[in-house]
Design a protein around this ligand. Structure first.
Ligand code: ADP
Ligand code: ASP
Ligand code: MG
Length: 411
C-alpha cells in the first residue's frame, strides 16, 4: 500500500464529463488499497478568463486582489471533484491551500512556498478521507491568499508529496508524458520513458510548461519521484528521477522554446569599469531577471551592451535602461521583442564535444541568424528571431533525434 499524490491539470478537469473521468482514476487508485492526496487545477481557460475580467476593470489591478480572484478557479474544481466522489460513496473532502497549511512569502501572483504544516492533511488521511486540494495557492504571513505563479498546481502537488512523505507524485496532464520537444509543435517528438531531475529542471526553466520549474526544484531537492502521465491513457508516462549511468549515452534529451523573451541594447556605453555593474544592479533591484548578456568589443572608448529580460518585464526594463543611460552618459536604448530562445538540453553533453557546433550549423543551414548564445554543462541556448520558432525546433529535433533513438530503451 502506497501513499500517492495525484495532480490533475486544467484540461483533465475541463468539463463535468472530465471531472467524472478523474473521479474514476481516483476511485481505481483508492480501491486498489492506496492512500492518496489529490491536487487539482482550475478548469482549462478559467484562470485566463478571470485575468481578463480583472483587466476589463483596471489596467493595473492590485496583486492582492488578483490572488483572491485567481485562487477561486481551483476551489471550484476541488469542490466539484469531492462532490462527485461522495456521490460514488468514496470519502473525499475539498481543501484550500490555507486548510492544508501551505504558507508562502508575500510576493503576490508569484509567491514561493515557505513551509507546510501538514497536520490537518495527515489527520484527514488517517480518518480514511481523500483530501482534494485546490492547487496553485497558499497563505502569506499576513494571512492573505497568495498564488504560486502560472502552472503552480504542479508545485502544490510535489510540495505536498514531500510534506506527507508520499511514495511518489503523479502529474496527470493532456499529453502522454515529457517529450523530446513540445508534441503540439513537433509532430515527430518522442516521449521519454525517463528523464533526470537536472534535465527536467532545465527543460522547465527553458520553456517546457509541462511541469512548473519550482515543482522540479522541490522534487530534485527531496528526491521525490514524479511521474508525468495522461488522464486520457493508461500509458505509464515519463518518470522524472535521479540520473542513471545509461542516460549519458543520450546526447540531447530535449529541445525547448521560450517565447517570453525581449532584448535590450544600451548603445555607446563609456568603456569604463563599474558601469555594467551599475546597470545590472539597478535592474535586479527591481526584481527583473536578466538572462543573457553580450558586451561588444569597444571602439573609440564606447561599447554596446545587450541583454535579455522576460518580455513581460520589457517596458519596465526599458525605462530603467533609459534612466541609467542618461546618468552614465550612454547613447540610445534599442528594444527587440520579436525574439525567442531555443535550447537543446542533455546530460550527455558533458561527455560529448562538438554539440554546440552541430547546433549552430543546423541553424545556419536553415538560414537562421543567432543573436546571442549561452551555455551550461548540460544545455546550449540561442536567441533567434521569433519567425523561426517552429522551423528551429523542428530542424534541431531532426538533427539530434537519431541520438535519442535506439539508446533510449537500453537496459
Ligand atoms: P496542465 O493543464 O495539465 O498543467 P499544461 O498545459 O500546463 O498542462 O502542460 C502540458 C503542455 O505542455 C502540453 O500540452 C504541451 O503542449 C506542453 N509542452 C511543452 N513542452 C513539452 C514537452 N517537452 N513535453 C510535453 N509537453 C510539453
Ligand atoms: N490554474 C493555474 C494556471 O492556469 C495554475 C495551474 O493550472 O497549475 O496557471
Ligand atoms: Mg500546467
Amino acid at each position: 500500500m502506497a501513499l500517492i499524490v495525484q495532480k490533475f491539470g486544467g484540461t483533465s478537469v475541463g468539463s463535468i464529463e472530465r471531472i467524472r473521468k478523474v473521479a474514476q482514476i481516483v476511485r481505481e487508485t483508492w480501491e486498489s488499497g492506496h492512500r492518496l492526496v489529490v491536487v487539482v487545477s482550475a478548469m482549462s481557460g478559467e484562470t485566463d478568463r478571470l485575468l481578463r475580467l480583472a483587466y476589463e476593470l483596471s489596467a493595473e489591478p492590485h496583486e492582492r486582489e488578483m490572488d483572491m480572484l485567481l485562487s477561486s478557479g481551483e476551489r471550484v474544481t476541488s469542490a466539484l471533484l469531492a462532490i462527485v466522489l461522495n456521490e460514488m460513496k468514496i470519502p473525499a473532502q475539498s481543501m484550500t491551500g490555507r486548510q492544508v497549511g501551505i504558507k508562502t512569502d508575500s510576493v503576490h501572483t508569484k509567491a514561493r512556498i515557505a513551509s507546510i504544516s501538514s497536520e490537518r492533511l495527515t489527520e484527514t488521511l488517517q480518518k480514511g478521507i481523500i483530501p482534494i486540494v485546490a492547487g496553485f495557492q497558499g497563505i502569506s504571513a499576513e494571512e492573505n491568499v497568495t498564488t504560486l505563479g502560472r502552472g503552480g498546481s504542479d508545485t502544490t502537488a510535489v510540495a505536498l508529496a514531500v510534506a506527507v512523505k508520499a511514495d511518489r507524485c503523479d502529474i496527470y496532464t493532456d499529453v502522454l508524458g515529457v517529450y523530446t520537444a513540445d508534441p503540439n509543435l513537433v509532430p515527430s517528438a518522442r516521449k521519454l520513458d525517463q528523464i533526470s531531475y537536472e534535465e527536467m529542471l532545465e527543460m522547465a526553466s527553458l520553456g517546457a510548461k509541462v511541469l512548473q520549474t519550482r515543482s522540479v526544484e522541490f522534487a530534485m531537492k527531496y528526491k521525490m519521484p514524479v511521474r508525468v502521465r495522461s488522464t486520457f491513457s493508461t500509458d505509464p508516462g515519463t518518470l522524472v528521477t535521479e540520473e542513471e549511468k545509461r542516460m549519458e549515452h543520450i546526447v540531447v534529451s530535449g529541445i525547448t522554446l521560450d517565447k517570453n523573451q525581449a532584448k535590450i541594447t544600451v548603445q555607446d556605453v563609456p568603456d569604463k569599469p563599474g558601469l555594467a555593474a551599475r546597470l545590472f544592479e539597478t535592474i535586479s533591484s527591481q526584481s527583473i531577471v536578466v538572462d543573457m548578456i553580450v558586451q561588444n568589443v569597444g571602439q573609440d572608448g564606447l561599447t554596446d551592451i545587450s541583454y535579455t529580460v522576460p518580455r513581460s518585464d520589457a517596458r519596465k526594463a526599458e525605462r530603467l535602461a533609459a534612466q541609467i543611460a542618461s546618468e552614465i552618459g550612454a547613447g540610445e536604448i534599442k528594444i527587440k521583442e520579436d525574439i525567442v530562445k531555443i535550447s537543446i538540453i542533455g546530460v550527455g553533453m558533458r561527455s560529448h564535444s562538438g554539440v554546440a557546433a552541430r547546433m549552430f550549423s543546423t541553424l545556419a543551414r536553415e538560414g537562421i541568424n543567432i543573436l546571442m548564445i549561452s551555455t551550461s554543462e548540460i544545455k546550449i541556448s540561442c536567441l533567434i528571431d521569433e519567425k523561426y520558432s517552429e522551423l528551429s525546433v523542428r530542424a534541431l529535433h531532426e538533427e539530434f533525434q537519431p541520438e535519442t533513438r535506439g539508446t533510449l530503451h537500453e537496459g
